[in-house]
Design a binder for this molecule. Structure first.
Ligand code: DLL
Length: 450
């Protein structure tokens, strides 16, 4: 098996075309000076709150209880007066109770499964779908995709927003989309080559699966036309980025989104790979301290809270995403003015407390990926022992030659010294850790249900 260490970051490819110029999908919107952006946001915020209050009883009652009217928003900071919206609100008003449009005016529904009970259902008017396609096209262009590209879309099609979100974005950009969905990985490898995909859309864990299957079949995708990967829908580390870039011979960009707000295309990295531009003309971004609910200062880590500014069917007021990140408004080399989010480390709900130490799965990943002899596949098993939670890290040896005991001791030591947490480590043989077809299952939680 190839190891990332031996490969250049992007394999050298013979490019038949001249270097492409910087490309905006919507130059005016993407480079709007921040003062103009703020004015536009305030205008849209009032309109969005009006839509929410007039058409969604829950929002109306909550605003009334605080004696607030949409026109009371005189500055963007006034949004802090508004109540938060939680995922449980969507569940409690299942399926259509938070929609601001009658069912007949909805063009599409999506849903995310969640771990317990009813799914979270989201709806779109035809205009919402057009806005989403625009924003996803904008995101793709921001990541380096161009009209005329072949876009191989391996995000799952169906109720998950990944497949159709990327699909219509690619079409809107003027690309040729290959609607693969997840699975049939050998076939994906074949078609990536035969159809000449320049852009690959997938979860990072599935992109790695594609790389592995190609290598097993003796196919060198670094020699294919692939140049750009648009990866998201799950947390991933810088180490995994480098691994995928080396093995697929492309530049890997991070794309973020969530169904409750829209789907993929809320934020995306530009070619500078230095944070994800969040499209502020459509979303009002706050970073708060998850405990106090108060804003953190710029650059500090906190929970991402989003208010939609243009959604018709499902306006969201201060939606608590549970995702942990940092934001900066510092100028970006790409010329876009929209603030940048740091890669999302994980969800509040995914944080484990192991012997008093807070750990996100992505932190463990950051330690594992790139360790000599360790394959970039892992799962975490959490168990309860008396009143303490214990963590077992299942890792995989890169080759059969590795002595598993030695690997286990080395990984345990590395995790302890980098994160400060004591874990049990179980090393498995190559291929024994389950591979992902979409969002990877990183944690097996065996603790008794509360
Ligand atoms: O995962 C939408 C999506 C599809 C985004 C394709 C990007 C690409 P949901 O299924 O509703 O929507 O899950 C949303 O996934 O709150 C984050 O916790 C996580 N997530 C999404 N993108 C990223 C990312 C889609 N780039 C939830 N990095 C979010 C880390 C991500 N986590």
């Amino acid at each position: 098996m190839m190891t990332a260490m031996l490969q250049p970051r992007y394999a050298a490819k013979v490019h038949t075309h001249a270097p492409r110029r910087r490309h905006y999908f919507d130059r005016e919107a993407e480079t709007l000076p921040r003062e103009a952006l703020a004015r536009l946001q305030l205008k849209r915020l009032r309109a969005s709150l009006k839509n929410a209050c007039e058409n969604v009883p829950l929002h109306r009652e909550r605003m009334r209880a605080r004696k607030l009217l949409p026109q009371d928003m005189r500055a963007l900071e006034d949004v802090r007066e508004l109540p938060f919206t939680l995922k449980t609100d969507l569940r409690e008003h299942y399926p259509f109770g938070m929609f601001a449009r009658p069912r007949e005016s909805l063009a599409r529904l999506h849903a995310s499964s969640g771990t317990t009970g009813k799914p979270t259902v989201v709806g779109y008017t035809a205009r919402d779908l057009a806005t989403w396609a625009d924003l996803m096209a904008r995101s793709m262009a921001c990541a380096g995709a161009r009209p005329g590209d072949v876009v191989h879309n391996a995000y799952g099609y169906g109720l998950f927003t990944g497949g159709l979100g990327a699909h219509y974005g690619a079409e809107r950009l003027g690309a040729t989309v290959v609607p693969m969905s997840g699975g049939s990985t050998e076939r994906q490898v074949l078609l990536i080559q035969d159809f000449g995909a320049r852009v690959l859309c997938a979860t990072p864990s599935y992109a790695l699966n594609i790389a592995e299957v190609a290598e097993r079949e003796g196919v060198d995708l670094r020699a294919s036309k692939l140049e750009i990967g648009l990866f998201g829908a799950e947390p991933w580390s810088e180490g995994l980025r480098r691994e995928i870039e080396a093995r697929l011979g492309l530049k890997a960009l991070d794309v973020y989104g969530l169904s409750e707000i829209m789907g993929p295309g809320v934020a995306v990295e530009c070619e500078a790979q230095d944070g994800l531009h969040a499209w502020e003309d459509h979303f009002l971004i706050e970073i708060i301290d998850p405990e106090s609910g108060q804003p953190v200062s710029e650059g500090e880590a906190g929970e991402l809270v989003i208010t939609t500014l243009t959604k018709e069917a499902l306006p969201m007021i201060r939606y608590r995403t549970r995702d942990i990140t940092r934001a900066t408004t510092a100028r970006c080399a790409c010329g876009r003015t929209h603030l940048r989010l740091q890669r999302i480390t994980g969800r509040n709900d995914d944080m484990l407390i192991i012997r008093g130490v807070n750990v996100y799965p992505s932190q463990i990943e950051a330690v594992l990926v790139g360790l000599p002899g360790v394959a970039p596949h892992y799962q975490l098993v959490v168990e309860r022992n008396g009143s303490l939670d214990e963590l077992t890290v299942e890792v995989e040896a890169a080759t059969l030659e590795h002595v598993l005991d030695e690997l286990e001791a080395r990984v345990r030591h590395q995790i302890k010294s980098m994160i400060g947490v004591t874990t049990r480590v179980v090393a498995k043989k190559p291929g024994e850790v389950p591979r992902s077809q979409g969002k990877a299952v990183r944690v097996r939680d065996l603790r008794p249900k509360k």
